[in-house]
Design a protein around this ligand. Sequence first.
Ligand SMILES: [Zn+2]
Length: 61
Amino acid sequence: MSILNSFFKKYPKEKSGKPSKDPVCRMKPTDNITYDHDGITYKFCSDHCKWQFEEDPSAYI
Ligand SMILES: [Zn+2]
């Protein structure tokens, strides 16, 4: 059973609810680059993606 337990610990389930992906490039974002839009905090992998989102948020939602 210990082998099975360590297997599942390796692949924890993603937390659902809040957006966990960079909406521009769909990659994993960092926690310190964020932008609030319509009451939702979006996270981005880089400033470049954040700037693109700011230009036209509706294109990425
Ligand atoms: Zn990005």
